[in-house]
Design a protein around this ligand. Structure first.
Ligand SMILES: CC(C)(COP(=O)(O)OP(=O)(O)OC[C@H]1O[C@@H](n2cnc3c(N)ncnc32)[C@H](O)[C@@H]1OP(=O)(O)O)[C@@H](O)C(=O)NCCC(=O)NCCS
Length: 166
């Protein structure tokens, strides 16, 4: 259900982000115009691949239906990382995000041998909270004024899942 994103996916991703511009606006930081172009997406993907982010495409048959990323990985005594994800608004409610989170957890815990994965949702983003709960995340707190969306610092619930919890 997920596979690593490649710079060649830039065109398909730009089209998907453009089609979901209004759908994603209430959930995401402001995006510059180049974000919605194939070149902008290729550059972004290359920056992610050169850095510490592990970007994956969420697949619906052969087409990309969204993305899920693992980032902010810290080793040493933390052995943790953070995930973020989204799914095309016309393909919601089919279990794509729930399955993708399950697969990235397996990657994080088995392949990368991480100990803890964190995720954050807007306090009213019930769909995303369900995605996390169905993957055995626990809610660990409220992060006040956590992320700036539409010129407003918004409150988020924080969730975590530990490798040895199952
Ligand atoms: C949140 C999001 C990732 C969910 O993706 P999804 O593929 O629809 O999720 P799933 O199908 O795995 O289902 C999760 C929950 O979504 C809810 N849901 C959302 N849209 C739905 C729809 N159109 N029909 C039915 N259920 C829907 C259901 O409550 C479901 O939980 P349930 O199985 O207990 O009923 C997606 O709506 C999205 O990208 N939203 C905008 C960006 C975002 O919120 N990203 C996450 C940031 S933390």
């Amino acid at each position: 259900m997920i596979r690593p994103v490649r710079p060649e996916d830039g065109e398909e991703l730009a089209a998907l982000y453009l089609a979901n511009r209004d759908f994603l606006a209430p959930f995401e930081p402001a995006r510059p115009p180049e974000f919605f172009t194939a070149d902008g997406q290729r550059e972004r993907l290359q920056r992610q691949l050169d850095g510490e982010t592990h970007p994956f495409a969420i697949l619906d048959d052969d087409s990309i239906a969204g993305t899920i990323n693992l980032f902010n990985i810290v080793r040493e005594s933390l052995q943790g990382g953070v995930i973020g994800y989204w799914v095309d608004g016309t393909r919601n409610g089919r279990g794509l995000a729930t399955g993708a989170v399950g697969e990235i957890l397996a990657y994080a815990f088995v392949e990368l041998e991480l100990h803890r994965i964190e995720a954050a949702t807007l306090v009213d983003n019930v769909s995303s909270q369900r995605v996390l709960e169905k993957n055995d995340f626990e809610r660990i707190g409220l992060a006040r004024r956590f992320l700036r969306i539409n010129d407003e610092w918004r409150d988020f619930f924080l969730f975590q899942r530990l490798a040895d919890d199952d």
